[in-house]
Design a protein around this ligand. Structure first.
Ligand code: MN
Length: 242
């Protein structure tokens, strides 16, 4: 199993978490929120083949970290994975929307030039502008929409574009989230936790908590958990080997 969106570097002590992942055979796509954290975070994956690191600049930090874009350009050749990137349309983040657009479009342009990148994308209250931005960069082939929370029509547009969706246990707790997940093609679904930024019962999620989503998916799809596991494993094999 693979956690496709986890902020490993934000746990107070990431090493025990990493060691447990290794013992359990769990893969993690470890995302960063600023380019300046790339060296330290990618170091965590050294000697741990199941951990892969993504280079990102979180939209919520677009204003305060925009000056780090040259670092993004410098580190980009070191990785195939980019994230967390995207746009955030919640009221506070709307106040620096122009910075968000500059930052996101810059990174999309660089990814498109470089080719062969896999992106994990934040689109809270901004699914339409994220999809518009992706449309302007048609050579970006693999985008994974993380914790998608847009409308059903935005979802259809993303599906038509060939997007993947990483979903976590928390998304499956809301009716809107479950309705969205039901409408996503089963062969486009990956798992995530968004830990430690996301908690359940006041406990920060860890990569092995992806399995909580398996049970919810089994209920939703009216199949056995083993069948969900098989579907997810096929999707993971495909994306992890791209
Ligand atoms: Mn995140």
């Amino acid at each position: 199993m693979i956690d496709f969106h986890c902020h490993l570097d934000l746990y107070s002590d990431p090493n025990p978490t990493l060691e447990r992942c290794q013992r359990l055979g769990l893969g993690v796509l470890s995302v960063t929120t600023t380019p300046s954290t790339w060296p330290g975070t990618s170091q965590l994956a050294m000697g741990r083949p199941l951990i892969r690191t993504a280079l990102g600049l979180h939209p919520q930090l677009a204003k305060e970290r925009r000056h780090e874009l040259p670092l993004f350009d410098r580190y980009l050749p070191e990785t195939k994975y980019v994230g967390e990137v995207g746009l955030d349309g919640t009221p506070h983040c709307r106040t620096f929307w122009a910075d968000q657009e500059v930052v996101f479009n810059h990174m999309l342009g660089r990814c498109e030039e470089a080719g062969n990148k896999i992106l994990t994308i934040h689109s809270r209250k901004a699914a339409t502008p994220v999809l518009d931005a992706l449309d302007l960069h048609p050579r970006i082939e693999v985008s994974i929409l993380h914790w998608f929370s847009g409308t059903q029509s935005e979802l259809r547009r993303a599906v038509d574009r060939g997007c993947w969706f990483s979903i976590g246990p928390t998304m499956l707790r809301s009716t809107h989230g479950r309705n969205l997940v039901e409408a996503i093609p089963r062969d486009k679904i990956l798992l995530e936790t968004d830990g430690p930024l996301t908690s359940l019962q006041n406990k920060a999620l860890r990569p092995w908590d992806t399995r909580l989503a398996l049970r919810e998916l089994a209920t939703l799809w009216k199949v056995e958990v083993s069948e969900v596991e098989e579907t997810i494993a096929n999707n993971e094999d495909f994306t992890w080997s791209l």
